[in-house]
Design a protein around this ligand. Sequence first.
Ligand code: 0WD
Ligand code: CA
Length: 380
Amino acid sequence: QKNRPQNQSVPSRGQNPDSSLSLSTRRELYERDFPVYKQPVEVGCFSLDSERRFFNDGRQMRYYVEPDRSPNFDLRDGYKDRFIKRDDSVKEKLDHMLRWILANRSKLSARGTTASSCDLDIDFVTWRGHLTKLLTAPYETREGWQLAVTRFRGTLYISEVETEAARRDQENRTERHEEMMYWGYKFEQYTCADTVHGQPDPGGVLNTNEAFCTVVQTRLADHRLLFSGEVDCRDKDPNAPAAPACYIELKTSAEICTPKQRSNFHRFKLLKWWAQSFLPGVPRVVAGFRDEEGVVVAMETFPISKISHLIKNEHNCWKPTVCMNFCSDFLSFVKHIATEDNPSVVYLLSWEPRRDVTFSVHRDSPYCFLPHWFVEEMTS
Ligand code: 0WD
Ligand code: CA
């Protein structure tokens, strides 16, 4: 097989020969049949409140309220005076997911009789957002990533490490860009109610600490996955299907005025939207198209199952099968290299566009991310 990790020439003596292992992201290597991807099942959820405190329940769930045909939402409203921004210098790593795992260990079926009953019946634990980056890597030309992996009691935990470039970009954001990041959250406030019969409250304070996250279990090829993703809202119809099929992802995007803009939207934005929602089985994205002044001028619903047809007319466009096969091969690669079962060992997988994925191994380093409270409770 062409896309197996390749053992290239062994570097100079004294270096670990494994450091030459790498994985290609070239699209052609992943154009084969779509891999098995089991229907994701929601096994739980959790909420983060206005102070970012964890609750093992759905108290932050919101309900989608369909707006008027021409909504005219002003996404800039409240940015200066009714906005509490989450402190993104606090790196939470997998902590919220780990809290959820400890609170729900009994739900996560234990392996037969051979393994200890406290081992999870899962190969990978991570955030949905990290998997989205894997799915889109074969098409990504701008931003690389670094993923820290630790094998602990048979399960591989994957947590992102901020790259130098990402940290620089964050520091150099313009005031306009800072404000535009608020627009997406403001759109949620215009379209979501806190209760099933309630109405949105665009006059209220917007606090980005608050979050509702679903936890889903699924399988990609022979990889059993457990991951969590933030969900914007759900269909308020009591007859809507069970989660995650009742969930709705909200997005804003610049209005499309030219064929070039439409093509870019299909080729770049729909790839990200598809990957993010396909993973947890969220069936639709509701998009608000806004003008340069941040006013929503049109709304459109994109069923995830129709996105891959929508893009077929684009020349040289992305393919779902390439995304899923790359992700599957990446996870196989991780299983192959991350062999030592030890909470203080991190395998750091690094990728830059137009390069192969490479890795390095770190012991008792600042990359360690499984907290003591998790390791101790899982071991006892
Ligand atoms: O690196 C990350 N993605 C981390 C995420 C590191 C540590 C924690 N988190 C967690 C938070 O607990 C948050 O509640 O991110 C959760 C969301 O995780 P996800 O669903 O896996 O992330 P992703 O799919 O990238 O983003 C979903 C939404 C975003 O909405 P849009 O429509 O813009 O894609 O989560 C928000 C954002 O609103 N979001 C975040 N919220 C908190 N921390 C973060 C973040 N680092 N990134 C995106
Ligand atoms: Ca969203």
